[in-house]
Write a protein that binds this ligand. Sequence first.
Ligand code: AMP
Ligand code: MN
Ligand code: MN
Ligand code: MN
Length: 274
Amino acid sequence: MSHFDLHSHTTCSDGKLSPQELINLALENNITDLAITDHDTVAAHRQLENVKDLGLNLISGVEFSGQWAKIGIHIVGLNIDINSEVILKAEAHQNKIRLERLERIAYKLEKRGFSNILEGALEEAGGNQVGRPHIARYMLKEGMVRSISSAFDKYLGAGKVGDVSSLWPDIEDTVEWINQAGGIAVIAHPGRYKMTRSKRIRLIQDFKDCGGSALEVCTGNQPNGMAEDLANICEQYDLMASVGSDFHSPSYQWVKLGRYPRLPKKCRPVWEAF
Ligand code: AMP
Ligand code: MN
Ligand code: MN
Ligand code: MN
């Protein structure tokens, strides 16, 4: 039987396992079809490109950072051509924004009395795609915060000083990149954005209008009833459904690789279009 997980991270962005370690864990968990979807990079796929037999079907993927109505929104691209011109350009573009954003966040945190944030976060990232989790890890290491989650609650999460989403491209651009790379654009964890249900529907409408294809109906650590609600919205707007844990680390208690709520029967699975 097939077991899909179409949303996962490695050390190439903010995950804790290397690409090969993630593949090994997926095999242990009997996953047959895995998409690695690191934030704004396909480096993991480049690393695995020449491995002869992975033991499972690896689907190329990425999770692009974007914005809609000034809110940071993540768009997953599945089954993309990782060597296409458009993906190379998109990666370079996003990488530049990540560095610029880090500078802004570091400046803001410096005004709050925290020093060396820029250098510290870059060191935590170790040459990989740098993000807020690396800032959080540095702050924890230096005793500036008591935990990763308090770093997000106090400084980095939605609405806090470190939440700089204004630099990201409009989601329209990210959808276009994915479509041009021959992939399928999916709104990642649609239930996780801080917005009302009616605003969420407007986001989904705009996404559909600009060429988006699917919603991540089932994701790790999702509230009860959310999958059914999203399945109904998919039906109404003629969107496909994706599933993925959004796995980052074996030590995250609430998110395990391959684990997410059951996909409602009425859904049209995204893998039928691969
Ligand atoms: P970035 O891609 O740099 O904007 O960072 C976003 C990432 O931070 C998400 O993909 C999560 O992995 C992580 N993150 C977001 N909120 C939290 C939180 N409250 N606690 C821990 N990690 C978080
Ligand atoms: Mn992440
Ligand atoms: Mn995300
Ligand atoms: Mn993710």
